[in-house]
Design a protein around this ligand. Structure first.
Ligand code: GLC
Length: 561
């Protein structure tokens, strides 16, 4: 029976490598996570999404899985995981597992079996094609590019054949058109559901169904080559319904799909409740408001109107039909407070709280990325060696191969690097920020941890964590903040974000100044007798009708029926 608990959920994301390293070996671990569950619970979270904990050779740090039924040793054992699950449930925290099944690691036994013999039944678990000969040269089967740069095909040694990999070459795409592959996935889902996990986050789910026969993409942009043949592919909806029928619907589970450039029409279908595909997907369009062409390494001047369009479009499209999610950060993005032209030295508290207020009171489930609740910022990486993410290196190599000066390439990589989110969590001002007891962390610390850490935040009278607590309590306790219809105000304004949520006659009004200068704003008349539920400066009053919002000021008002 589906209880729809997820509609009221507040999800906290943990990237296990970097949360807390209890055994002091440089890698975060399950024991460390268990020691922080009260901290997460007290923040107001009701669920945790764990980035992959499974066995992995870590070519893409956990997103290349070599055994879907094993916990990676560096994080702990299966017994540790079961304890974690139990400790979460004791605290009413649901557990959402990452599920990376567009591809497996090339270390996975299926892939190894596929490579061991041309007659192996496992060959058809993957997408393997003969290369093409042109003027005596062997070329990949199509011109598709990997989303991590370069050809999406890797040659199989000593043969004329290639396997498809839309990400790293160590992440071989599974052939979802093979019913045995889909059955394997069903079995894996059931394995974890039977253990008691409460849901899944499906990694890049909407690239799993490809258009056959595979062919060249004649499109103009090299970086998009192939997308039209694998994004929202022909059987995607059908395959999701199958997973539902055979696994998900037998449990009170929740799903969120990490979509990859879905069309708005497909996005709607994925989450339309009656379709029984996914409960929600992530929408990231607003996070492209400070980069060009959706390429996160190419900075552009922040465009608040674009941000608002991206943020509100899915809220309006999915309301009444399905559910939505609200995201500012994850393990693939730089820190939100360091983006959008924000000066973190001056306005870190104001901007962190403003961003959370404007985003999380919208229609959908807030997803908070570890450290966001204390306003962690981007790191000051000094050279490429400090970046561990392979993608940072692929992009750097690509840029410098095309004659870009090294320092410019480095600056571009640093602008969009996923590494910013992956430095260890900053707990206090002791060695390695309390992440561990002194062993060299797998990824270097952000040097600002003496200034920005949990302990210092909690001791401060401008605690971002405590602001989040109040904000999340509004989200949970006001049905309008969960179910209410969204009406956007100030739509064309380049500095103000404002909207109302209305449910059964109760109304919330959320307003914020998304700029570093004071801005005058005329409140809608109906807010005149509103009560101020939350504000990040103090002294906010709706009474006079027109307010001067200070830099990054935000407020939440309530009008009762
Ligand atoms: C998703 C993950 C990312 C990973 C990629 C390939 O985008 O969030 O971290 O690299 O998929 O699995």
């Amino acid at each position: 029976m589906k209880t729809e608990w997820y509609k009221k959920a507040i999800v906290y994301q943990i990237y296990p490598f970097s949360y807390c390293d209890a055994n002091n070996d440089g890698w975060g671990d399950i024991e460390g996570i268990i020691s922080k569950l009260d901290y997460i619970r007290e923040l107001g979270a009701t669920a945790i999404w764990f980035s992959p904990l499974y066995q992995s050779p870590d070519k893409d740090y956990g997103y290349d899985i070599s055994d879907y039924r094993a916990i990676d040793e560096k994080f702990g054992s299966m017994a540790d995981f079961e304890r974690l699950l139990n400790e979460c449930h004791k605290r009413d925290l649901k557990v959402i597992m990452d599920m990376v099944v567009n591809h497996t690691s090339t270390d996975h036994p299926w892939f190894k079996a596929a490579m061991s013999s041309p007659d192996s039944p496992y060959r058809d678990y993957y997408i393997i094609r003969k290369g093409r000969r042109k003027r005596g040269k062997l070329l990949p089967p199509t011109n598709w590019v990997s989303s991590f740069t370069g050809s999406a095909w890797a040659r199989i040694e000593n043969t004329d054949e290639y396997y498809l990999h839309l990400f790293c070459k160590e992440q071989a795409d599974l052939n979802w058109d093979n019913p045995r592959v889909r059955q394997e996935i069903v079995d894996i889902l059931n394995f974890w559901l039977e253990k008691g996990v409460d849901g899944f986050r499906f990694d890049v789910f909407n690239v799993s169904s490809k258009v056959h026969p595979l062919k060249d993409d004649k499109g103009l942009f090299n970086f998009l080559k192939g997308e039209k043949y694998f994004v929202d592919g022909p059987h995607m909806h059908e395959y999701l319904r199958e997973l539902n029928e055979k696994a998900l619907s037998h449990f009170d589970s929740y799903t969120v799909g990490e979509s990859y450039h879905p069309s708005p029409e497909n996005a709607r279908e994925y989450v339309r409740a009656e379709n029984r595909e996914l409960d929600t997907i992530f929408n990231f369009a607003h996070l492209d408001a400070d980069n060009a062409l959706g390429l996160k390494f190419i900075p552009k001047r922040f465009d608040l109107k674009q941000f608002k369009r991206g943020l509100f479009a899915p809220q309006l499209a999915h309301h009444g039909e399905g559910w939505n999610t609200l995201v500012l950060e994850n393990h693939d993005t730089p820190r939100s407070v360091s983006r959008f032209s924000i000066n973190t030295r001056k306005f870190r508290y104001e901007a962190s709280t403003m961003l959370a207020t404007l985003t999380f009171l919208g229609f959908g489930i807030p997803f908070i990325y570890m450290g966001q609740e204390i306003g962690m910022t981007n790191s000051r990486f000094r050279h490429m060696d400090e970046l561990k993410d392979p993608v940072s290196h692929f992009v750097y190599d690509l840029l410098t191969a095309h004659f870009m000066p090294k320092n410019l390439a480095f600056r571009m990589v640093r602008f969009g690097a996923r590494d910013h989110a992956r430095v260890p969590m900053q707990w206090d001002d002791s060695t390695n920020a309390g992440f561990n007891h002194g062993a060299k962390p797998w990824q270097c610390m952000n040097p600002n941890y003496r200034e920005i850490n949990v302990k210092k935040d909690l001791d401060s009278d401008r605690s971002i964590y405590r602001y989040y607590q109040k904000l999340l309590s509004i989200k949970k306790n006001h049905p309008a903040a969960i179910y209410g219809r969204v009406d956007e105000y100030a739509h064309d304004d380049r500095r103000i974000v404002a909207y109302s949520r209305e449910y059964e006659g109760n109304r919330l009004f959320v307003v914020g100044n998304f700029s570093k200068r004071p801005v005058q704003y005329r409140l809608p008349g109906w807010t005149k007798y509103a009560e101020t539920l939350l504000e990040n400066y103090g002294g906010f009053s709706a009474e006079s009708g027109t307010v001067t919002l200070r830099p990054y000021e935000a407020a939440v008002l309530e009008v009762k029926r």
